[in-house]
Design a protein around this ligand. Sequence first.
Ligand SMILES: Cc1ncc(C[n+]2csc(CCOP(=O)(O)OP(=O)(O)O)c2C)c(N)n1
Length: 324
Amino acid sequence: MATLKKETLLEWYRQMVLIRLFETRCDELYREKKITGVYLHLYSGHEAVGVGALATLGPEDHVITAYRDHGIALARGVHPNPVMAEMMGKKTGTSGGKGGSMHLASREHNFWGGYAIVGGHLPLATGIGLACRYQKTENVVISFIGDGATNNGYFHESLNMSQIWDLPVVWIIENNLVGMGTRIEDSSGQVELHKRAIGYGMKDAGRVDGQDVLAVYDTVSEAVAYARKTGPVLIEAMTYRYKGHGVSDKSYDKRLADELKQWTENRDPINLLKKHLTSKYKNLDAELLAIEARCATEVEESVQFALSSPAPTYEDLINNVYVK
Ligand SMILES: Cc1ncc(C[n+]2csc(CCOP(=O)(O)OP(=O)(O)O)c2C)c(N)n1
């Protein structure tokens, strides 16, 4: 287990609290129709996976994910203002308001999105990994994958090619036990998803407790070091989705109220880190409260920034659109 400084742990605490408050506020804004779109997928419950994993990367490394992407953008260090503006489709958003919640990306952070088609970003992760090797860099790619994406063709093709070419990709399955409303037992013959690595001759880094940010950091650190020099690695992070598939999906919460209670009361990633911090260091309560207050202010500032930002113009909308 890595020896980590108190400042590092507090920074991870800050990032996880920021993500939780940001997502909770997005939920409200969606109901108020300030954030629009067919879906809004919250990262609440998964925070330790994104924060622990991305803490292992440098700025030159690459990150890609599916549509549960706002938390990942914040963990990658994208400022909340352009993230919130993108959610509201504003000109000041990360993609000028044209990406929205499912297609958040920030080129300057090597954060390549945000993809709505399940598994559709996996071939892109393989391609970015190929570019890293081709350009003779030592950069790596972290690609997050939903458990529901592990049974489509993109998964097979992308992981297989990454192994054949020894690409520097760390594949992290965020196993939250469900894809929309389908339980993992009903969609996968092998529910220990990390074992899929064997089929590709890939390094299997096993299962990690995705609610424990320190455990995630340790496992991903080793995987990143291996990927830089040698080739791809598959990790399965066990986590839990606190909200419905999208914010308008309420049925799932009701059906699994007991399970949800267990996870939120006993396995919440923010509470677990708080417990770790307060057992290790004395008199931390005021500092943690100050962090929480700063995050709340930052989220509110992002909301005001986004609300007061202009919408894209017609010229903005047709700009960067390829026409043959
Ligand atoms: C190719 C494709 N098939 C189906 C869908 C509809 N769909 C959207 S999300 C989803 C479930 C994916 O679950 P998972 O990968 O576990 O991610 P999670 O939502 O749990 O983060 C499905 C089936 C889609 N967007 N793309």
